[in-house]
Design a protein around this ligand. Structure first.
Ligand code: ATP
Length: 213
């Protein structure tokens, strides 16, 4: 059996335990060999953040130091460029081929917005979608809901047997942390102790990050 890789894209502004711990638990649940963090400047359908990619990358590096599970992809870190998941996944597939099982990890909040992503249906022709439990307010529209149901599998083995094409809802417990909450804490002069590694908190404080929202 080929080893499973997973891509975890995000704004990571900043990276927090909701990302790191969820990813580690997913790796155990699904037997993922490597998780490739894919930080971006700010996805095209969301507002741009003010934090530099350099600071975001530094915080990611602090978070994954000495952790063999993670690696970083720099494919979406270029300035003033709009990146689309479908294009990045195509690039990754060209590099690793089409036989390697590959998951793209997203939180359940993001799944409900998937229909506004470029060529969203085609994502499953390049990877599986691995859904991480997360509080989500918006209801699925019926077309998206139907598409999700028709591609969802409950057996993890399917993800290993086919390189792409399935949606799997992870059974890991939800970690209720968001970058928004963390940014707000620092803006208000509060600590985010326990929500992200303390070394990242130190970095944020030393660089005076999130003083402007
Ligand atoms: P923001 O609060 O700024 O929207 P965020 O906390 O959602 O940020 P992102 O970097 O935007 O973090 O998220 C990257 C990916 O990680 C998304 O797919 C998102 O759904 C997922 N994610 C973020 N936080 C969690 C969490 N606590 N548990 C599971 N998935 C999460």
């Amino acid at each position: 059996m080929k080893e499973m890789y997973a891509i975890f894209g995000g704004n990571f502004d900043p990276i927090h335990y909701g990302h790191i711990t969820s990813a580690e638990k997913l790796a155990q649940e699904i037997s993922i060999k490597k998780i490739i963090l894919l930080p971006n400047h700010g996805p095209p359908h969301r507002s741009k953040t003010k934090t530099s990619i350099i600071d975001k990358l530094k915080m990611i590096k602090i978070a994954i130091k000495n952790n063999q599970l993670f690696t970083i992809s720099y494919l979406e870190t270029k300035k003033n460029t709009t990146f689309y998941t479908i294009e990045t996944l195509t690039k990754i597939r060209k590099k690793i081929g089409y036989l390697q099982p590959l998951c793209f990890i997203i939180g359940e909040d993001n799944l409900n917005n998937l229909n506004i992503w470029k060529d969203w249906k085609k994502i499953l022709s390049l990877s599986h979608l691995l859904i991480c439990p997360r509080i989500h307010i918006k209801e699925n529209n019926s077309k998206l809901k139907k598409w999700i149901t028709s591609h969802t599998v409950n057996n993890i083995n399917f993800l290993h047997k086919k390189p792409f094409g399935f949606i799997f809802f992870s059974k890991i417990s939800m970690i209720n942390v968001s970058s928004t909450e963390i940014r707000k804490n620092y803006y208000e002069g509060k600590s985010s102790y326990g929500l992200l590694p303390s070394k990242i908190e130190k970095y944020i404080l030393s660089k005076n990050l999130y003083k402007n929202l």
